[in-house]
Design a protein around this ligand. Structure first.
Ligand SMILES: CC(C)(COP(=O)(O)OP(=O)(O)OC[C@H]1O[C@@H](n2cnc3c(N)ncnc32)[C@H](O)[C@@H]1OP(=O)(O)O)[C@@H](O)C(=O)NCCC(=O)NCCS
Length: 155
């Protein structure tokens, strides 16, 4: 995909009607710990989940889920994925900027996420956005690999 095509990518909230596309993207992007249909359906219907898709000419090429809780100032980035063909074009960064805007809009003062310790592209992305790793969760994933917890204070 060329950089010009990236300008055609639109990020917006996504609903149940795209659940099959979102599951297909999960399958392609995550080796383990993929969202189950029932769980994703619940998230897509929940006001406390901010679910976004990146679309290119109607096709879903990215997705993100951010979770909010009442009485909590922490926004949790639960999931982020960009299709292989659309990586490296700024779509992940754009969706994360949207997550931060939404977190501020909802009055949060912090963001947090978990990431595999060997997921260099994702860690670089989060670091470039000001996230720092604060904790290790041993055996956090289904395949027992470890996670970093990364956090960002929203000034
Ligand atoms: C992580 C992921 C979402 C990044 O999405 P993306 O749209 O390709 O990322 P962007 O193009 O917005 O890149 C933003 C920054 O991330 C970092 N980055 C992205 N891909 C990278 C790579 N392959 N190697 C190193 N750094 C990388 C860079 O800092 C980059 O900034 P730069 O282009 O100015 O150098 C994507 O690789 C992906 O979907 N991976 C599989 C699923 C996954 O791991 N999700 C995260 C779970 S915690």
């Amino acid at each position: 995909m060329s950089p010009t095509l990236c300008a055609d990518v639109v990020c917006r909230r996504v609903g149940l009607n795209r659940i099959d596309d979102l599951l297909a993207l999960e399958d392609a992007c995550f080796p383990t710990d993929r969202a189950k249909r029932r769980n994703l359906r619940r998230l897509l219907l929940s006001p406390s989940a901010y679910c976004v898709a990146a679309y290119l000419r109607g096709d879903v090429v990215g997705s993100m889920v951010v979770l909010f809780r009442s009485n909590s100032g922490v926004a949790r980035v639960y999931s982020l994925a960009v299709s292989h063909a659309a990586r490296g074009l700024g779509i992940g960064r754009r969706m994360m900027a949207g997550a931060e805007r939404e977190a501020r809009r909802r009055g949060c003062d912090r963001m947090r996420l978990e990431v595999r310790m060997d997921n260099i592209p994702a860690i670089r992305l989060y670091e470039s956005l000001g996230f720092v790793d604060t904790q290790v969760l041993p055996g956090y994933y289904e395949d027992e690999s470890h996670a970093f917890v990364m956090r960002k204070e929203l000034g």
